[in-house]
Design a protein around this ligand. Structure first.
Ligand code: SF4
Length: 207
């Protein structure tokens, strides 16, 4: 297992690679690449679609009005942006905020998969349809948001995108309700991991 410092250094190194990346055409239209931010030791990773206008200018993920809602929701569960890790599927802004092309996602995906490996979070929270479909292709976000899915030995908890929540009160209420469950989900996963590490014989009792 990597030490906290090793994880931090590896993640910083990867962020520097993202900042210099020219692997796809998005590098030509971006202002700043947006690698991600937060704790390399976080138990939870929030993953959006791609940087938007404000993120492209600042170099930080989720900093517009949707980012403010995400920050507020984190504060409601006694977390901060620094205590979790926040990133996107694609690290550079697509022009006019169009959806990223499949080719761009494929060019970029090694960064995300390495971030997930390094941080090794207990819970992955894709925000919105696009990020959810990266983990669960073909599903509707309104069908699976707020449900825990086990995918490739990872626990994935898709939620509605904060930008969608800002457009519709019903979505905002649903996002908040699902978001407030994150601490209890983490508690459950932590105790499950503890039991798995300490006594595998008891694991079946949890399922
Ligand atoms: S989107 Fe990803 S692959 Fe494309 S230039 Fe940016 S960091 Fe590189």
């Amino acid at each position: 297992m990597l030490s906290k410092k090793s994880k931090h250094d590896l993640l910083n190194n990867l962020s520097l690679q993202v900042l210099d990346c020219v692997n796809c055409e998005l590098s030509q239209s971006r202002t700043c690449a947006v690698p991600g931010m937060g704790s390399s030791d976080s138990p939870v990773m929030f993953i959006g679609e791609a940087p938007g206008y404000h993120e492209d200018i600042s170099g930080f993920p989720f900093v517009g009005s949707a980012g403010k809602l995400l920050t507020d929701l984190l504060n409601e569960i006694s977390m901060s942006r620094d205590s979790v890790y926040i990133t996107n599927i694609v690290k550079c802004r697509p022009p006019e905020n169009r959806n990223p092309y499949l080719s761009e996602i494929k060019q970029c995906e090694s960064y995300l998969s390495r971030q997930i490996s390094m941080i090794d979070p207990l819970l992955i929270v894709p925000l919105g349809k696009f990020a959810m479909n990266y983990f669960i292709p073909g599903e509707l976000i309104t069908s699976v948001s707020g449900t825990i899915q086990e995918i490739n030995d990872r626990h994935v908890y898709p939620l509605l995108h904060p930008a969608a929540a800002l457009r519709k009160t019903e979505y905002k209420n649903r996002l908040k309700e699902d978001f407030l469950k994150i601490p209890s989900i983490l508690d459950k996963l932590t105790s499950r991991q503890y039991l798995t590490d300490s006594n595998p014989l008891f694991c079946s009792e949890l399922s």
